[in-house]
Write a protein of this length. Sequence first.
Length: 468
Amino acid sequence: DYEHISSKEKQLIKKLLDRYELHGKEGRPVVNTSDSISVRFGLSLIQILDVDEKNQVLKTNVWYNYQWKDVLLTWQKEDYDNITDIRIPSSKIWLPDILLYNFADDRLKEQRDALVVVQNSGDLLWMPQAILRSSCSFDTLYFPFDEQRCILKFGSWTYNGLRLDMHFLDDTQKEMDLLEYIDNKEWSIVENVAIRNVKYYLCCPEPYPDLTFTLRIKRRVAFYTFILIMPCALLSLLTLVIFWVPPESPAKLILGMNIFLAFFVLLLLLAESTPKAAASIPLIGAYFCLSMVMITLSTVLSCVVANMFFRGVRINRAPRFLRSIVIDCFARALCLRDKIVEPDYNPLTPKKTGRVVGEARGQYPYRDIRFGQVLLEEVRAIREMLEKVREKKAKAEEKEKYVREWRVIACVTDRVIFIFYLLVNTVGLICIFLKPYLDNEELRKAAAKAASAAVIEAAGGGEDTAGE
């Protein structure tokens, strides 16, 4: 017959719950109203479930750890078969109203029910599980090499520090417990610290303590290296190839438009991975836009360069200021000045031809006049023919010179654009890949420490050498 079975444990639990029901669980379990309850609080991080950058929310799986003393839950263990601890439902007793301040969830309750472990001395241990959704401000400036700093702030929602004081579970370990942590495939934990704050508000003179846990996480870049970084680097190399395609080639424009579309696709992938309402634009996104602007500028200038390349065919000489700036200055600096070859001296000049005719006149002053006139007419005809040949050759050489001038201007313009794009591209890559490390204080300290160690080692080696 199981109806008459009643163990000491059941009797003890019934007695304690009856005592609690008699006094009620609405007030703090203290003897005097002025007494303060000291709650020790700890947090164990089990898993980072999600980092929702679009909604600025961090989702984590944690275990709470509450410890406090309840004067209504004490007993003499000798009276109950030396029972030192029991488990009772948390809904039957008073619980500290310690909540997550930066709570960002539509659920009314984030934690699961768990039994409270009660010691005979009145010390209580409560370890409920919880799925937390906390608000966190994400900065995607250095995406995908970014680090995010999120806080979990816990404190009493209604009690001040004089009635409910909060302390760390272990004063020597002010951080989240990571013994049961399951590693996240996208984020790694860089820093895990906690601090106890005591704030005073304008409304109330009493102190309000809270425990703030700070979690600094770093994105793993292996995945984004293959879908963003590597295509970006390859497209940047292809962009440089555009400037080495001859200006008259139609492949220059076709390649430029294809690379523009490829950067646009990468920009769409980036937009899907980052929040739309971010405080800062990712540097890699700015680099994509900069590359698209430079490619557009290069494509437009390619049309201008192609027009320059064929402009000399219409015998329109380049303006003097353009020749003085581009040909005399830039072309000489870029080693393109020697492409313009000055025409050779033409020996068939009117002066020399006239001298030949004069000599022909003076050579036969007293011979047959008829023969001399015929000879003079033939020399004049030859002179006119040579003059036409000279003029035709001079025009051809002048036209060829104009063509060469325009082609040199086109080549110089293309080369200047190439150098400008190379500089912009280099600065952009440095900002994207090196600036996150330059701004990292830990890396700077490590580099300074390594440099100091190297200097000390070098100085020690020099002293040893001098001693020998």
